[in-house]
Structures are given as structure tokens and as C-alpha cells.
Design a protein around this ligand. Structure first.
Ligand SMILES: *Cc1c(COP(=O)(O)O)cnc(C)c1O
Length: 409
């Protein structure tokens, strides 16, 4: 035996023999860090398998911390396998890159999250992958656009900014019949509003093939972490995406995983609190003279409300579940200047992208520039989107009231 104390001081620090006792148990899972993972001998190094998550080989291929987060996210969304990526957008792009080849075609809802449309139109096109945008509120439009080259159909419920809620089960059933894989951007539902892998209330088997989720939003809940997940129920499909994910060199930081593990237990409470406050304020805004339309899927007059009710209506003792996000259309008699003045006059609502955190946010949108097709369900006027945070709802109402009177008096 070498006397380790005869070694240089620095070597003693680097190779310190002390190992703490193993039985430390605490409510939060420990944070394991490592690019390098150590093996006891060459045989173990050659034998270790990371693909089935039975052991560890390299930080990029998983740690106890990322494995735990993956399993919890599977439980949240009702899937069986999970991959973690460094943003919601990279969840979307990794799925498309993994499953599409030159000559294939992908269909994306015209009201999808804008950067997913940009990735499809610019990057996938560069790789020889064709696309079409379809109207998710019109089953016949999707049906007409599926061709033998169609290999993947993107879904989003509700649509981005305009918040139309599609008949998700009907869209998925059609894709199933045509043998086309479906992937849902599940950021709005977050695993809480509906079960994307079990879309039928009667327990029948119908679900999307893949969910992609911007954990940046509700699971993080702090406005301080960027992360995404890709969840499946089919081991082969998971493996296809996992191998692309591995070859692309995509990984997440242990400290970000720690923040997610810390926030996840409260996601249900936060989601419901955002939802209750958002519905209250959406209804109130609908009574204000400057507002010509409120776009919130839980409100009866909103586009696709019946589909929202069918899919999400049973949650919370029949109240349904609907996140903290909605938009309003401002009367077109008020110009962009007045709408900008309204947004600038808000004090508690801050100007900023993303959602799901404690601070309420507002963004004015130019919806005409975001759509390639006419959108019959939207009234004319400037669209303003709100993300409701965790402030007291009466304070938010008072803030909206003072900004409305400053801008639209
Ligand atoms: C925010 C968002 C994304 C992207 O998430 P990032 O983490 O910001 O990249 C994707 N889809 C939807 C619906 C989103 O709201």
C-alpha cells in the first residue's frame, strides 16, 4: 500500500481517500455533476451501457440527476421515455431533425409557435425537407395536405397567441389512419390540462406519438431556466430520437436540472393559480369597451372552446384546466400607438417574452405577419397577449384599468 500522505499536497487533495457514509437521505434529490464518469477497471469501461439507462458512461449520456428528472417528467405527461434538451425550441428542432429525411414532408399548424415555423421554413428546407402549414381548426385542410411524403405532423393546443383550441383527438386519429407520426408541443397543457398520450375520455387508446415541452415555462416557474423535454411511449421511437440527440451533443446542466426538480412539486398548484387569475382577468377585459374579442379557450365565445371543454373540461371538479395565458383583440379604431401606450402604461405587467413565471407579462403582436393563411375566427384589431403571474388578481385588474384609461380614453 502506498502511503498517500507521502504524496504532494495537491495530489492528496485531488485524490483524497475520504468517502462520506452513503446513507444521507433528504427531501430533495442530490445534484450529481460530471462530464467524466469513473470506471473501476477496463472491463467495466468496455461493458457499461448508457442507452438503456442501466448505468453511466459520460456526463452527456446522463447522470442520476438527469435520470430522476426524466422519470418525473414522464410521470407528469404520461409517457415512458424522456430526453432533456437545453431549451423548449431545441426540443422541437431535435424531434424534426431526428425523424425527417431529405424528400420527406412535415406539416405544421399555421398558428404554431413561431420559431418552430421558422426552423421548418429555413433549416429543414435547407436539408431538402418539404413542409406545408395547415389550419389546425379545419380537419379537411390537414386531410388534404397529407401526402405519401408526409412523415410528421406537428400539433399545438391551443395555437400560439391566437389561442384557438383544435380538435386534437380528431387530428391525431386522422394521422394515425394515414400512418403519420404526430408530435405535440405540450407547453401550454404542461401535462396538467389534458393527457396527450390518452386523448379519449372513455379510456380508449388514442394519443400523440411524441410530446415536446418547453420546461422553461410552467415546470420551471421562475423565469430563470431554459430547458425542454421530448417524451414518448414507444421505445423504438425514443431510441431513434435519442441517437440523434446523442450525436448532436445535446445536454443540460446539473444546476438547471436541480432547479427543475425543486420546482416540479409545486407545478400543479401554480398552474391552477395562474389559470384562476387568468380567467378572472380575461372575463373582466371582455367587458371593457376597447376590447373587441378575448381569446381564452375556457371562455365560451373563444375559437375552439368546445374542443377545450371536451379535452380539458373535467379537471378541477368540472372547472377545467387552462393555464395562465390569453390574448385580447383591441378595437381597430385605436391605432398601434394607442396599443403601445397601453402596454407601456402597465406597471405590474412587464414587457417580455416567455411565460409561466411569477411576474405577469404583456406582448403586443402583429398577427397578420405571423400567419400564412386567413384566420376567419379572429376579429380585426391589434392582438395583445397576457401571461398572468402570481400577483394578487385585484392588483393586476387595477393595473389593467389604469392603463386602459390612459391609452383608450
Ligand atoms: C416558449 C415556447 C417554446 C420554446 O421554449 P424555449 O425554452 O423558450 O426555447 C416552444 N413552444 C411553446 C409553445 C412555447 O411557448
Amino acid at each position: 500500500m502506498t502511503d498517500t500522505r507521502s504524496r504532494d499536497l495537491i495530489t492528496q487533495i485531488v485524490h483524497h481517500p475520504y468517502v462520506p457514509p452513503a446513507d444521507f437521505v433528504a427531501p430533495q434529490p442530490p445534484v450529481h455533476k460530471g462530464s467524466t464518469v469513473l470506471f473501476p477497471n477496463v472491463a467495466a469501461m468496455r461493458e457499461r451501457r448508457w442507452l438503456d439507462k442501466s448505468s453511466y458512461t459520460y456526463g452527456l449520456h446522463g447522470t442520476p440527476t438527469t435520470y430522476q428528472l426524466e422519470e418525473r417528467l414522464c410521470a407528469l405527461e404520461g409517457g415512458l421515455q424522456c430526453l432533456l434538451v437545453p431549451s423548449g425550441l431545441s426540443a422541437l428542432t431535435t424531434v424534426s431533425l431526428a425523424l425527417l429525411n431529405a424528400g420527406d414532408e412535415v406539416l405544421v399548424p399555421d398558428n404554431a409557435y413561431g420559431p418552430n415555423k421558422d426552423f421548418t421554413e429555413i433549416e429543414l428546407k435547407r436539408l431538402g425537407i418539404a413542409h406545408a402549414f395547415y389550419d389546425a381548426m379545419n380537419l379537411a385542410d390537414l386531410e388534404a395536405k397529407i401526402t405519401p411524403a408526409t412523415k410528421l405532423v406537428w400539433l399545438e393546443a391551443p395555437g400560439s397567441v391566437s389561442m384557438e383550441f383544435p380538435d386534437l383527438a380528431a387530428l391525431v386519429r386522422l394521422c394515425r389512419e394515414r400512418g403519420v407520426k404526430t408530435v405535440l408541443d405540450n407547453t401550454w397543457g404542461a401535462g396538467l390540462a389534458f393527457r396527450p398520450f390518452d386523448l379519449l375520455a372513455d379510456g380508449g387508446s388514442l394519443g400523440v406519438d411524441i410530446t415536446a415541452h418547453a420546461l422553461t415555462k410552467y415546470p420551471s416557474g421562475g423565469g430563470d431556466v431554459l430547458m425542454g423535454s421530448i417524451i414518448t411511449r414507444d421505445a423504438n421511437l425514443h431510441m431513434r430520437i435519442k441517437l440523434t440527440h446523442m450525436r448532436l451533443g445535446i445536454g443540460i446542466g446539473a444546476n438547471d436540472a436541480e432547479l427543475l426538480l425543486r420546482s416540479l412539486p409545486s407545478v400543479g398548484l401554480r398552474y391552477q393559480a395562474h389559470d384562476v387569475a387568468a380567467r378572472d382577468l380575461a372575463r373582466w377585459l371582455g367587458q371593457q369597451p376597447a376590447v373587441v374579442q378575448v381569446l381564452h379557450p375556457a371562455l365560451e365565445e373563444a375559437p375552439g372552446h368546445v374542443h377545450w371543454k371536451a379535452l380539458c373540461g373535467a379537471a378541477h371538479g368540472g372547472q377545467g384546466a387552462a393555464a395562465g395565458l390569453f390574448s385580447v383583440v383591441i378595437d381597430p379604431k385605436y391605432g398601434q400607438d394607442a396599443v403601445d401606450r397601453f402596454c407601456d402604461s402597465l406597471q405590474l405587467f412587464k414587457l417580455g417574452y416567455s411565460w409561466g413565471g411569477p411576474i405577469s407579462l404583456v406582448v403586443p403582436y402583429d398577427i397578420e405577419r405571423m400567419r400564412s393563411q386567413p384566420h376567419a375566427q379572429l376579429k380585426t384589431g391589434t392582438v395583445v397577449r397576457f401571461s398572468i403571474g402570481l400577483e394578487q388578481v385585484d392588483d393586476l385588474r387595477a393595473d389593467l384599468a389604469q392603463a386602459l384609461s390612459q391609452a383608450f380614453a
